[in-house]
Design a protein around this ligand. Structure first.
Ligand SMILES: [Zn+2]
Length: 52
């Protein structure tokens, strides 16, 4: 794995999309999703879906 670069990436999750700066591998394009994003933003989307 090469050195990761911070890149603004658009995520699509269960019909919702949002952008976030995440570390991406410039070689293979693999995205490292930070724990706080997975537990924060994505968890919020799940909450919003449950409210409906
Ligand atoms: Zn890589």
């Amino acid at each position: 794995m090469k050195e990761l670069v911070l890149k603004k990436t658009v995520f699509s999750y269960q019909g919702h999309s949002f952008s976030h700066d995440v570390y991406t591998c410039p070689q293979c394009g693999k995205v490292l999703i930070p724990k706080e994003l997975a537990e924060g933003r994505i968890a919020k989307v799940e909450e919003q879906l449950e409210d409906k």
